[in-house]
Design a protein around this ligand. Sequence first.
Ligand SMILES: *[C@@H]1O[C@H](CO)[C@@H](O)[C@H](O)[C@H]1NC(C)=O
Ligand SMILES: *[C@@H]1O[C@H](CO)[C@@H](O)[C@H](O)[C@H]1NC(C)=O
Ligand SMILES: *[C@@H]1O[C@H](CO)[C@@H](O)[C@H](O)[C@H]1NC(C)=O
Ligand SMILES: *[C@@H]1O[C@H](CO)[C@@H](O)[C@H](O)[C@H]1NC(C)=O
Length: 362
Amino acid sequence: MESNEYYNSSILSAIMFLVFTIHPGANAQGLVPALYVFGDSLVDVGNNNHLELSLLKADFPHNGIDYPGKKATGRFSNGFNFADFLAQNLGVPTAARYLSLSPDSNNTDSYLAGVSFASGGAGIFNTTNLGQCISFDEQIDYFATLYAVLVEQLGTEKTLDHLARSIYALVIGSNELINYAKSDPADSASPEDFVGSLLATLQIQIKRIYNIGARRFVFIGTGPVGCCPGVRERNETKECNAVGNYVSNLYNTGVSSFLNMMQKSEDMSYSFFDTYNAVLQYIKQPSTYGFSEVAEACCGLGDLNAKIGCLPVSTYCANRSDHIFWDYYHPTEATSRLVTTTAFDGSAPLVYPININQLTTS
Ligand SMILES: *[C@@H]1O[C@H](CO)[C@@H](O)[C@H](O)[C@H]1NC(C)=O
Ligand SMILES: *[C@@H]1O[C@H](CO)[C@@H](O)[C@H](O)[C@H]1NC(C)=O
Ligand SMILES: *[C@@H]1O[C@H](CO)[C@@H](O)[C@H](O)[C@H]1NC(C)=O
Ligand SMILES: *[C@@H]1O[C@H](CO)[C@@H](O)[C@H](O)[C@H]1NC(C)=O
């Protein structure tokens, strides 16, 4: 009995050790004080669970089937997403859902540990999925509230120091680009005008985040949205939508040149990840990256498993690590992990002018 108890308690301490090593608390030494996340479903960790009227949710099976405890947390993924892997690489906790915290002094510690404002369906324009998500502008409003709470508790100087050393991950734009790829060309603005209007608004938004106190930005560019199963399946031969990919690339180029310009005039640094070219590489040479299915979604129904999303009635594939896409619009955990590894430790031309690891000491 005694030796069993001893055995059990040492297993327990080993587990506790692992838990605290893998998920350091707010006081553990991360590479930066905290991670703040803005964006859409690619990085939502469950904010939309709190939006009663939203249909854009993932808090039901088979989402989360590879998450610890097979839990459907609201992540649009079979497991972890980019926000989780970025936090793990930085040695900080995954940013908490902003909507799970009330905006008052009681949450100062949570605010300091990192917060996610990301929301499935969010876009650069307020009108994108209006009423179903927290738009990018609203996410920035929430960040301003967080700033005000911290200033009240810690004073301006300490707050600005904390915010300046933390990392801000931005993952936004795909929802508008997907809508554009699916729209009738006859009713649409030209690709250049369309991307130009996205960029004009985005620049104001990034400057707002900067003006509140952010200095270290990570921008994860959009993938080739024309190759999402949900866009591909609309083509009779199931090929990538050329217009969708063209605007994705145009958008990424515009974002990275804006950041490059901003760095020259402002006290900030950034790391840009070219998701477009990274994912096209996975699609063109899947076996090099451990994939075997590049077009079909793992979870869904209909052509390419992409007519319908990942609902409890949908079917899902046996092996999630050989699929690039989890459902009609979202990558698998395997893809998110691969993207993060390259964004964190990789080099140009996929990540530039510095990688995320270098950004932590910039
Ligand atoms: C903050 O915490 C205090 C003490 O626990 C509690 O009395 C108060 O109601 C809390 N405020 C809010 C807004 O939850
Ligand atoms: C979104 O709405 C807010 C007001 O709620 C406004 O201040 C902001 O300029 C709008 N943003 C865009 C991109 O239209
Ligand atoms: C399908 O995709 C190919 C390659 O982009 C394109 O040439 C073709 O016109 C597309 N078909 C339809 C119906 O969009
Ligand atoms: C699933 O796919 C991965 C990546 O291609 C492969 O390494 C693994 O062996 C596969 N697992 C099974 C059970 O087939």
